[in-house]
Design a protein around this ligand. Structure first.
Ligand code: NDP
Length: 290
């Protein structure tokens, strides 16, 4: 038959969503998971259960991995090393760019090709418009399977270096986690003062949605390593961060997060950036030993 087919290994919430969307799109889907019962629902919907890793690999050239991290990939594939030759592994597990580069080499040494993916949506976004995934690795391998991958999400191919998709993923997570923690921190201060999350919502949203304008404004200056103090000065920023720390302490709230920000501002002051923009702090961040 000409039916399109794919193997999905790893059936956590993400892998289950992916296998489900492939089934709905008419693909023949072979599934494997360490805890076999997680495949039951998919098998009831028509997926083919592979009872071993070797069976899962043998079923298709294209094998999608959705695992907790890259260590799990070795745990699963190492015993089946002899059966990797000729396979295309699209690894949609999250990890560091360095681990991804090593894994791509490990697979290449066994005759397999590796495409890295960094999924930008939760399982509920799989198969939905507007979702996307960063990809990197050999362009012709990505292009050969693009249509299948686009069943899951939109694709954003970042380049040949296998680490790139994960690098883009991690720099987004860097923003996401520190921003969300800053939101939780501000909410804790608000709560301590009798303000609910509901009451805080329009104010939190307003500040968060003002950030792109700042990022755009500072982008050309950052690319030119120029940090003039014409619109903001580090000394002014320092006073502002101190006020945040003191407001936090007065509320009896943990001050670890703003105290870390304050520490970086103080190092900027010590390095003579008082009259420069707060963006000069990127020099402090890039040179951690000063
Ligand atoms: P889970 O951690 O729930 O899925 C883990 C999968 O890895 C399961 O199939 C699990 O098998 C398997 N696994 C873990 N350890 C081992 C092991 N030692 N040997 C064999 N199998 C193992 O993750 P998700 O499904 O939520 O996500 C999968 C990937 O997608 C992750 O890398 C995650 O970072 C990424 N991602 C997730 C998002 C989300 O919102 N969930 C969003 C974007 C990316 P078992 O069932 O047997 O435990």
């Amino acid at each position: 038959t000409n039916r399109k087919s794919v193997t999905v290994m790893g059936l956590g919430p993400m892998g289950q969503a992916m296998a489900g969307v492939f089934l709905e799109s008419g693909y023949a889907v072979t599934v494997w998971n360490r805890t076999a019962s997680k495949a039951d629902e998919l098998v009831a919907k028509g997926a083919i259960r592979a009872s071993t890793v070797d069976e899962a690999l043998a079923a298709n050239e294209l094998v999608i991995l959705s695992l907790t991290g890259y260590e799990v990939m070795y745990a699963i594939l190492e015993p089946s090393s002899a059966n990797l030759s000729g396979k295309v592994l699209v690894n949609l597990s999250s990890d560091t760019p360095e681990k991804v580069r090593k894994a791509a080499k490990w697979l290449a040494d066994r005759g397999a090709r590796h495409v890295t993916g960094g999924v930008q949506v939760p399982p509920s976004g799989i198969g939905k418009p507007g979702s996307y995934t960063y990809y990197s690795g050999p362009r012709e391998v990505f292009e050969a399977h693009r249509e299948t991958l686009e069943v899951l999400t939109g694709t954003d191919y970042r380049g040949e270096d296998p680490g790139l998709a994960m690098l883009y993923y991690q720099i987004q997570m860097d923003i996401f986690w520190t921003s969300m923690l800053s939101y939780l921190h501000a909410l804790a201060v608000a709560n301590a003062n009798g303000i609910t999350a509901e009451q805080f919502l329009p104010y939190a949203s307003s500040t968060l949605s003002s950030l792109p304008k700042f990022v755009e404004f500072y982008t050309p200056r950052l690319d030119e390593d120029k940090h003039p103090g014409d619109v903001d000065r580090l000394a002014m920023g320092l006073a502002s961060v101190e006020h945040v720390v003191h407001t936090t302490e007065d509320a009896g709230i943990d001050a670890t997060l703003p105290a870390a920000v304050l520490e970086i501002f103080k190092r900027g002051m010590k390095n003579g950036y008082a009259g420069d923009s707060f963006t000069s702090l990127i020099e402090i961040i890039k040179n951690p030993v000063r």
